[in-house]
Design a protein around this ligand. Structure first.
Ligand code: F1P
Length: 347
């Protein structure tokens, strides 16, 4: 699905500028900031994009759930683009937020969506279709990874227009092209994850930790576990542990850490040391390349070939999705149709 989203849209030439629609030139050239509005999993994709766009395009980004945005007054600086993200394109809050945005002085509206015929796509000025194909399950999975692929394309396009060094731009384009292969590699962790899942069958709670752009990945991992296996799961930026959640950690609390290499790894390691010292069981998704040590008796470390730090959030999502899936299968819940949830929340 991610290969389909990226197909012919990024290559040696960079990102094709017209993939955001025929009127994209004027809008993207005038963009000085972005407000991202979405719900659920799509909101988590928006949070990853905030890290990307601010780092590479150096534009300010605000991300908010649609159900809050539409009921409060927002400050919209000149040159702000409104970006809605939605798998279905029919989520009532997201659609209402986009309609509301029309009277709030935005430059224009862009939607990243998986449903070409949807209301959001019909009404937005610019559109980027994710091409994930139909999702049978209620819980978004490939919708999320393809949204990240679409958001990576947008990030690169904004970065190119806002002074990112051309060599860095070319290297990031190349890295993004490697994403489908990196996801295929991550899927090979499935047998190890099935083994891990057994440990969650009788758990009632789990904690997910990440730092930087991997904090939203941790949020998404915890949401998947909640949605399909009904285990209470919380996600925190790992540096927040000592501000509260550490009180929950004991030998009965599995702690899942998203731990790719990067400037924040040492900080994360010391956060995990605090978990270890309290007997918490660690499940660490570490980078394939050396960096994170093994968990030395206090749990397990699985190695994920990230394919590069830009695409790593999309790659590290996959083992977390697999974990939630296999825990749900072992617990005998209905993975495709979780209780109380609807695929598209249209009211
Ligand atoms: C948003 C969403 C999904 C979730 C569930 C309910 O939908 O929260 O992320 O998996 O299906 O709706 P959408 O706006 O992305 O279609």
């Amino acid at each position: 699905a991610v290969a389909d989203t990226l197909e012919a849209r990024v290559g040696a030439h960079g990102v094709l500028p017209n993939i955001f629609g025929i009127d994209s030139e004027a809008l993207l050239a005038a963009t000085r900031g972005v407000h991202i509005i979405a719900c659920g999993t799509s909101y988590h994709a928006g949070l990853v994009a905030k890290y990307w766009i601010e780092e590479f395009a150096r534009l300010p980004v605000a991300v908010e759930v649609a159900s809050e945005y539409r009921y409060r007054e927002t400050v919209v600086p000149p040159g702000t683009l409104f970006l809605a993200i939605s798998q279905s394109g029919e989520t009532a809050d997201t659609l209402a937020a986009m309609r509301e945005s029309r009277r709030r002085g935005y430059l224009g509206t862009l939607v990243i969506c998986n449903s070409p015929e949807s209301s959001l796509v019909r009404e937005a000025d610019l559109k980027l279709m994710t091409r994930a194909g139909p999702e049978i399950g209620v819980a978004s999975t490939k919708a999320f990874t393809t949204q990240l692929a679409g958001l990576a394309l947008l990030t690169l396009e904004l970065a190119r227009r806002n002074g990112l060094d051309p060599q860095r731009y070319a290297a990031l384009c190349e890295e993004l092209q490697r994403l489908p292969r990196a996801i295929e590699n991550a899927l090979k962790l499935e047998p190890a994850i099935i083994e891990l899942a057994g440990d969650f069958i009788h758990r009632q709670h789990a904690l997910f930790l990440g730092r930087g752009a991997h904090y939203p990945v941790a949020l998404e991992g915890s949401l998947k576990l909640k949605e399909i296996s009904y285990i209470h799961a919380e996600a925190y930026p790992a540096g927040e542990l000592k501000h509260g959640p550490l009180a929950l950690v004991d030998e009965n609390m599995p702690v899942v850490a998203v731990a790719p290499n990067g400037p924040l790894l040492d900080k994360l390691k010391s956060n995990l040391q605090e978990v270890r010292a309290r007997g918490g069981r660690l499940i660490v998704f570490a980078d394939g390349a050396a960096g994170m040590d093994d968990t030395a008796g206090n749990g397990v470390t699985l190695r994920v070939q990230s394919g590069g730090s830009f695409i790593a959030p999309a790659v590290f999502t996959v083992p977390l999705q697999l974990l939630a899936y296999h825990v749900a299968v072992l617990r005998g819940t209905d993975v495709d149709q979780p209780r109380n949830l609807a695929k598209s929340v249209t009211v």
